[in-house]
Write a protein that binds this ligand. Structure first.
Ligand SMILES: O=C(O)CCC(=O)C(=O)O
Ligand SMILES: [Fe+2]
Length: 337
């Protein structure tokens, strides 16, 4: 049997809202039901690069708790303490990024948010938690446990549930790409994954210069699962016709978007779409993106189903970890000039 190929996608279409995908049948025993989810996913990933997910199995209570702990960190921990876990001192850029550190190129306004970034530690991985050591455990910088005793248990539980959900999602991506559902399974056993807690302080609502939060960018990893506050419009995604479309929060959902690594791996069949966050609301906002990547030693060789006559191979093989470090070093240098 020859290699199954993907159907040539439409490419990025002009859209005015992001598709919503119901994950009820994500793990259905009925193959035709899983295939239906995969078809919805294929359409969303090839035409938009972004979609909401509902019925994903993550409880609202857990999300609220993470938000509360983030709130405690950003508001209660004094800046001197925060700077003790500055990401500057971490080889993988994990830790705290102060407001001032998130500057774009010289001459541009600063990104107006603070952030805290964590990587995977094996013991918080319910599926593949046995192997420990440098390769498997991120060198995280946690906030002081005596000040925020609930923080680490709560955030690590959320990390663990995000890993589990991501591994389920990537099986649907495999199906969508006409690969065996298990294609990625052994490539995400100790995945390069990152959880960020982003805090956007309230801005003066009518001051356009003060309101940009994150400038237009694409994400680096395979895909991102983002939770945003219910009441604040901020995230915007560029449509095929160049219009910024709001990813208006829908309570109980997450926004999923394809990152550069999966776009490259799929020979650009999946789109890594430009997005930005602008806080025009006059109130503060939290967002919690989880970035899911492949195991760092995985060689991303263009997926065979994504090379067709009309779509020749565009990329050399890329090692997942090298991709991550080069992207992060670049972003970090740019922001710390
Ligand atoms: O805050 C948001 O809604 C977007 C965050 C984001 O795009 C990112 O952290 O990469
Ligand atoms: Fe992003």
């Amino acid at each position: 049997m020859g290699i199954r190929k993907v159907k040539e996608p439409e490419g990025n279409v002009p859209f005015r809202q992001l598709p919503i995908i119901d994950l009820t049948d994500l793990e259905s025993e009925d193959y035709s039901k899983r295939k239906k989810v995969a078809e919805d996913v294929y359409k969303a990933c090839t035409e938009v690069g972004f979609f909401y997910i509902k019925n994903h199995g993550i409880s609202d209570e857990l999300v609220k708790n993470v938000r509360k702990n983030a709130d405690d960190f950003f508001k209660k921990v004094p800046i001197q303490e925060k700077l003790k876990i500055d990401r500057k001192n971490n080889e993988y850029f994990l830790g705290y990024a102060p407001y001032e550190a998130l500057n774009e190129k010289e001459g541009k306004r600063p990104h107006s948010y603070e952030s805290l970034l964590f990587g995977r530690e094996a013991k918080y991985d319910k599926e593949f938690g046995k192997e420990t050591g440098e390769k498997f455990d991120a060198n995280n910088q946690w906030p002081p446990q005596d000040v925020l005793p609930e923080f680490k248990p709560c955030v690590s539980e959320y990390f663990s549930q995000m890993l589990t959900l991501s591994r389920k999602l990537i099986r649907i991506f495999a199906l969508a790409l006409n690969l065996d559902e298990s294609f990625f399974d052994d490539k995400v056993t100790h995945p390069g994954s990152l959880l960020a807690l982003n805090y956007y302080a309230a801005q003066v609502a009518d001051n356009p210069d003060a309101n940009t939060a994150i400038f237009p960018h694409t994400d680096h990893e395979l895909f991102t699962i983002l939770r945003q506050d219910d009441s604040v419009n901020s995230l915007e995604v560029v449509s095929g016709d160049g219009i910024w479309v709001p990813a208006t929060p829908i309570p109980g959902t997450f926004v999923v978007n394809i990152g550069d690594a999966l776009s490259i791996w799929t020979n650009n069949v999946f789109l890594s779409t430009l997005h930005r966050a602008i806080n025009r609301s006059g109130t503060e906002r939290y967002s919690i993106p989880f970035f899911f990547g492949a195991d760092y030693e995985v060689v991303m060789k263009t997926l065979p189903s994504c090379i067709t006559e009309s779509r020749p191979k565009k990329y050399d093989n890329i090692v997942a970890g090298e991709h991550y470090l080069s992207k992060m070093s670049y972003a970090f240098k740019k922001s710390n000039k």
